[in-house]
Every structure is written in C-alpha cells, then in structure tokens.
Design a protein around this ligand. Structure first.
Ligand SMILES: C[S@@+](CC[C@H](N)C(=O)[O-])C[C@H]1O[C@@H](n2cnc3c(N)ncnc32)[C@H](O)[C@@H]1O
Length: 248
C-alpha cells in the first residue's frame, strides 16, 4: 500500500495526480502505438521494460495490454498509488527518483511526459540519460521524450484551464529563461461534503539542446536519434522523441 504523498513531495501530490489521471491521458495514448512498435523485438524475447516516471500508469496500461513485462517507476507516491490500482498486472511498481536512484537492468527503457525535464538542470538530465543507457542490456531499446529549447519558444504568459464535472485545473505557463519553463498549477476537486478544495503546485522544466543527446548516448554504448515523434503521432513543438539502441 502506498502512503499519500506528504506536502513536501515536490511534484504530483494526490490531487494533481488524480487530475492528471482523469484528464491528461491523451499524451500517453498518442505515444503508445509508436512505442509499442519500437518495442516489438523486446516483446518477442519476453524482455523487461523499465518505465521511468510512469505516473498513474497511462502508458503502462498500453504496454501491459500488449503483453509486456513492465517495471513501472515514478518519484511520486501519489502517482504510484494510482498506478498500483490502474495497472495491477505490472510486473512491479517501484518508487525510483531520477537521476541518482539505481535502476534495475532492462531490455527497454521507456518514458513519456518529459519526465527527465523535471530535473533541476542540464547536468541532472544528462545523468538521467546516462543512467537509462546504463540500465539497458545489449540490444536494449530506449524510447523517451524530452523538452528541447524549442519547447520554450511560445507566447509568453499563456494560461490554460480545463474542467469536468468532478475536477478542474488551471495552468499558468511562463518561460522565465530560454532554458526554463514554469507551470503554476491549481487543481480543484470536490470534498465529501460537496465543497471544493484547491491545491497548488509549481513545476519547473529544464529545456536543453537535444541535438547533443545522441553524442552523449554514443559515449555510453547507444546509437540514438532525436526525432519529431516515436511513430506516426504528432508531438507538441519542441517535445522530442529520443530513440536508441544499445549496441555494445
Ligand atoms: C507529466 S507526468 C507524466 C506521467 C506519465 N508518464 C504519463 O504520461 O501520464 C511526469 C511524471 O514525472 C514524474 N517525475 C518528476 N520528477 C521525477 C523524478 N525526479 N524521478 C522520477 N519521476 C519523476 C512525476 O511524478 C510525474 O508522474
């Protein structure tokens, strides 16, 4: 049983985790088919898929439904609690905080929702990429998305709101520096007595020059490319798919 996240947990406390699960499945859904195609050789050899930043298990669900053995990991206890309920068939659900927690060996490392971009700076993102590369067995496949500097080239001060009958979210997005995107997030959820509560989180994403990633991964035994998508899907401008394979 996972405990509810303490207030000190930096990202995705219980309310935002719930709103993410209910309202933000579209990204994992659109990435799933391309990733499943990349993972076909891994499925054929019954390999283990390590998922980083699995959140509530939205991509995990697709992977498990396709027959994969998935070790689903995230830093957020609230997310992991949802994942345990949503994808109980996962081989394992484990708390792993990037970039420095040790990673188990795997035949594929996957991650969507620019999980590594939540790390504090470019050096930490690079440590996370190197850790992912190091977890891969020979022939292993890497498929993760990552924010490029391009992701921050948008209208300043954009505001986004979404609501449903039983949740609402408001995001205030700013780009205080060319390598930094900040989302101030307020979620609204009903209490048992019918009143609504608000919870606030601030998420910072570090934006990097992703064209340097293949060189970094090559130093760690991977051939990799940075592409506009995993398969046929369209990703938001500046969100890049890093796809690679361990060759040695
Ligand atoms: C945008 S969500 C994506 C969740 C899920 N992959 C999806 O597509 O629905 C980003 C996830 O990254 C996780 N995360 C943020 N920082 C992390 C870290 N340092 N280590 C591991 N996970 C982290 C968050 O807890 C959250 O679940």
């Amino acid at each position: 049983m996972w405990h509810h996240a303490a207030v000190s947990d930096p990202y995705y406390r219980a309310d935002l985790a719930r709103v993410h699960h209910l309202g933000f499945r579209f990204h994992a859904d659109r990435c799933a088919s391309g990733i499943l195609q990349l993972l076909e050789p891994v499925l054929a050899r019954r390999g283990v898929v390590l998922e980083l930043g699995c959140g509530s298990g939205l991509l995990t669900r697709h992977l498990v439904d396709a027959g994969h053995r998935v070790v689903a990991t995230d830093a957020s206890p609230a997310m992991l609690e949802l994942a345990a309920g949503y994808v109980p068939e996962a081989a394992e659900i484990r708390r792993i905080t990037l970039p420095d927690d040790p990673l188990p060996e795997a035949d594929a490392v996957v991650s969507v929702g620019h999980v590594l971009s939540y790390l504090p700076d470019e050096a930490a993102v690079e440590r996370g990429l190197v850790a992912a590369a190091g977890a891969l067995r020979p022939g292993g496949v890497l498929a993760i998305d990552l924010c490029d500097l391009e992701y921050g080239r948008r209208e300043p001060g954009s505001m986004l709101g979404r609501m449903s009958d039983d949740w609402a979210i408001v995001l205030d997005i700013s780009v205080p520096a060319s390598d930094r995107l900040v989302r101030a997030v307020a979620t609204f959820l009903p209490n048992d007595d019918g009143s609504w509560r608000r919870d606030d989180e601030v998420h910072e994403n570090v934006l990097i020059d992703t064209s340097r990633v293949p060189g970094l991964l090559a130093d760690h035994g991977l051939t990799a490319e940075v592409a506009a998508s995993f398969g046929q899907e369209t990703l938001p401008d500046g969100l890049m798919a890093v796809v690679g394979q361990r060759v040695s």
